[in-house]
Design a protein around this ligand. Structure first.
Ligand SMILES: NC(=O)c1ccc[n+]([C@@H]2O[C@H](COP(=O)([O-])OP(=O)(O)OC[C@H]3O[C@@H](n4cnc5c(N)ncnc54)[C@H](OP(=O)(O)O)[C@@H]3O)[C@@H](O)[C@H]2O)c1
Length: 337
């Protein structure tokens, strides 16, 4: 029997939606919009009047979600860009298209897409499938559209880069170099215990710590340059999306355990509040972390998103340097800000 998602009503989404300003005139790119928080974010930005670029890999899910976004938002412009985050080559091709579609710049890049607790397999580039999808390809994407973000920041006074982290960043003590190197398929195997250090979850935790550390790096470098580009990060608590279904299918979580655990969760809409604050709230500051709380597994799983400070576990010179240097090494390019 397949894992069946619980139906949990949204509690906070409408309030935030009502408080958000028009996004008319803004161009916003979001990765991973076939379901979950990315789909909610894309739909919300379109309803608020933005021009939205959705970056996805090809699939039937992608076709269905794109049709739904177009039907729901016939007065605004949704543009689809093919981008498979398991492949640096695909990201590079996507970036060419983004440059053609955004001659006047890009106001927001939301690095949302992610996978969780998948098997220990390498990508075509040789990296862990979770690390490349969740962080390394987003690092490359950010680097390659940085000129467009700078253009918008110059023309319109600001631009934003948003990363999507998780409570799982707290499951690992520190960022470890081996997870950012070409060790895909050789990173501990397929242990799936969430609470007792299963290797699938350690790898996921490393990716989500990398998302937060990447934000800390960007914030530090952008602040030194007095840039008008803001670096922000969010986490959704526990939100009912396709993330858990994909993990269950891959063997990373048991069906029954997932069903019970996710009864404590919030809706996908409420899970999108963190990234939506980062994308659209007028009063955010670079270096903020939006989520329902900053605690671990049992204290930050649901509620309205609020802004917190980055945490010293990753916002420190050693971790920032490690993340930046190894990410540049992985993509084979310098990223100079
Ligand atoms: N839901 C939660 O409780 C939770 C908790 C903590 C953090 N998060 C984070 O929230 C973010 C969004 O996840 P979600 O919960 O909304 O899950 P979701 O419903 O599974 O959405 C994930 C999105 O990422 C896309 N994606 C996966 N691999 C990709 C690839 N190689 N190339 C391009 N797109 C790819 C998926 O597209 P496909 O349809 O092509 O697979 C999908 O659109 C993730 O970064 C996740 O780590 C979620």
């Amino acid at each position: 029997m397949p894992y069946k998602k619980a139906k949990i009503p949204s509690k906070y989404f409408q309030n935030l939606f009502n408080s958000l300003p028009s996004l008319n005139g803004k161009t916003i790119a979001i990765t991973g919009t076939t379901s979950g928080t990315g789909l909610v974010a894309a739909d919300t930005c379109l309803k608020l009047g933005a021009r939205v670029l959705v970056l996805n890999r090809p699939s039937d899910r992608f076709k269905t979600s794109l049709e739904a976004l177009k039907t729901e938002n016939s007065n605004t412009e949704v543009l689809s860009v093919n981008c498979d985050l398991q492949s640096f080559n695909s990201v590079r091709q996507a970036v060419q298209e983004i440059h053609e579609l955004c001659p006047n710049g890009l106001d927001v890049l939301c690095n949302n897409a992610g996978v969780m607790a998948l098997e220990d397999v390498p990508t075509e580039d040789g990296f862990d499938v979770q690390m490349q999808t969740n962080h390394l390809s987003h690092f490359l994407l950010t680097k390659l559209v940085f000129d467009l973000l700078e253009k918008s920041a110059d023309l319109n006074g600001e631009a934003r880069i948003i990363n999507h982290s998780s409570i799982a960043r707290k499951q690992v003590k520190k960022l470890e170099p081996k997870y950012l190197k070409k060790n895909g398929g050789n990173l501990g195997g397929n242990g799936s215990s969430i609470f007792f250090g299963g290797a699938r979850w350690t790898r996921y935790g490393q990716t989500k710590l990398a998302n937060a550390a990447f934000t800390a790096c960007l914030h530090s470098k952008l602040s030194l340059k007095n840039s008008n580009i803001k670096a922000l990060v969010a986490h959704p608590g526990f939100a009912i999306t396709n993330l858990q279904s994909t993990t269950v299918k891959d063997g990373g979580m048991g069906r029954l355990f997932t069903k019970i655990l996710m009864k404590t969760a919030q809706s996908g809409e409420d899970g999108a509040l963190g990234i939506l604050n980062c994308i659209a709230s007028p009063n955010v500051e670079s270096g903020q972390f939006f989520g329902p709380g900053m605690g671990g597994m049992f204290t930050a799983i649901k509620g309205p998103a609020r802004g917190f400070n980055l945490e010293p576990t990753y916002d420190n010179p050693q971790t920032r340097e490690l993340l930046w240097n190894l990410s540049c090494e992985a993509i084979g390019e310098e990223f100079i800000i």
